[in-house]
Design a protein around this ligand. Structure first.
Ligand SMILES: *Cc1c(COP(=O)(O)O)cnc(C)c1O
Length: 384
């Protein structure tokens, strides 16, 4: 099917998926095999060895490309494996400009793994995209942005970043994990590579770890496909199948994440013990105008601080919620609560994180799709 003629809600269900040619099975089978029989050397049906190709993965990759309005999708064993593949496009001496509020694991692979291979990273505030340009030099090869950022939900102007990337021939990578293609499609705004931890909203059910890249350029696709195969961080077919099943309901889940997110953000804002509430839908969010321009909704991610700004006060709230489970990760149907300073962002030195606004009492919510009144009641009794 030429899926690009359809709207996202249709593509999520149908893109890339055809009835199984041998049985007519409507759901793509899990091709649990490591190799494929050849009639004679080289005489095969496009599948030789399962690190290189797997039919379940092929269907998922095509679906991922379609929903991000891209041409090529590549699946990986995790979001970090996808990040690792993108980093391997670089060589020693290359420099990367990165948004300074980002997923802790991304910060870690850059500073602890690839920095030791001679790649230089500049972590900067991209609140004003125009500020990016002053960090570009002859060695700069890549611009890496996460928007909204994790966990401070800063919003970065993708189109303005793409303009700077184009001017200086940099690859623009956008980690679209938090927004998902339901809320924003970075390739449409000029990004070169869209990255996902499909573990989160795309999978949506907290039952799989998976990563994805989507690109439009065939030369870039070829390089990434080479890395995918030669480095081998590929997902198994069962995991591909779980993500394929998850994305079929992305739109209905995201719609509810957005509704619940708004109700909870407004509730928290009215709570006397709550300090700052960060949600991209608030008009006084520092980049709300950009969020409105590039996103189709504001999602279910909320961060807030307590007026009593210390780790113990935050831990006390976390220990009392019953519906919000204390856990890393996000984007599943169930609501989660986390404490970035001691969990996801513990690897960032305190001084650096506080400077960027990631204070001791900051609590991050991934609002699920339960009844919103039950969720509000849970937070009411936990905050006290
Ligand atoms: C979770 C996450 C990652 C890493 O993905 P994994 O699937 O856990 O390897 C990368 N970026 C963001 C924004 C994430 O939330």
């Amino acid at each position: 099917m030429n899926s690009n003629n359809y709207k996202l809600e249709t593509k999520l269900i149908h893109a890339g998926v055809e009835p199984d040619p041998t049985t007519g099975a409507i759901m793509t089978p899990i091709y649990q095999t490591s190799t494929y029989v050849q009639a004679a050397p080289g005489d095969h049906k496009g599948y030789e060895y399962a690190r290189t190709q797997n039919p379940t993965r092929t269907v998922l990759q095509n679906a991922l490309a379609a929903i991000e309005n891209g041409k090529y999708g590549l699946s990986f064993g995790s979001g970090m494996a996808a990040t690792d593949a993108v980093m391997k496009l670089l060589v020693p001496g290359d420099e990367v400009i990165v948004s300074n509020d980002l997923y802790g694991g991304t910060y870690r692979i850059m500073t602890k793994v690839f920095a030791t291979y001679g790649i230089k990273f500049h972590f900067i505030s991209m609140h004003n995209a125009a500020d990016i340009e002053q960090y570009v030099n002859a060695n700069t090869k890549m611009l890496w942005i996460e928007t909204p950022t994790n966990p401070l939900l800063n919003v970065i102007d993708i189109a303005a970043s793409a303009e700077i990337a184009r001017r200086h021939k940099l690859l623009l990578v956008v980690d679209n994990t938090f927004a998902s293609p339901y809320l924003q499609t970075p390739l449409d705004l000029g990004a070169d590579i869209v990255l996902h931890s499909a573990t989160k909203y795309l999978g949506g059910h907290s039952d799989v770890v998976h990563g994805a890249l989507v690109v439009n350029d065939s030369a870039l696709e070829e390089k990434l496909r080479f890395i995918q195969n030669s480095c081998g961080a590929v997902p198994g077919p069962h995991d591909c199948w779980l993500v394929l099943r998850g994305i079929k309901t992305l739109h209905v889940r995201m719609q509810r994440h957005c509704e619940n997110g708004e109700a909870i953000a407004r509730y928290l804002r009215s709570h006397p013990k709550v300090g700052k509430v960060i949600w991209t839908g608030f008009e006084d969010h520092p980049n709300h105008d950009i969020a409105k321009k590039q996103m189709r909704g504001f999602g279910g991610m909320i961060s807030f601080t307590l007026k009593d700004d210390n780790i113990d006060a935050a831990i006390s709230v976390l220990s009392k919620t019953k519906l919000f489970s204390l856990a890393e990760s996000l984007g599943g149907v169930e609501s989660l609560i986390g404490h970035p300073a001691t969990m996801t962002h513990a690897s960032i030195p305190r001084e650096d994180r506080v400077k960027n606004g990631l204070v001791d009492s900051l609590i991050r919510l991934s609002v699920g799709i339960e009844d919103k009144d039950d969720l509000i009641e849970d937070l009411r009794q936990a905050i006290g």
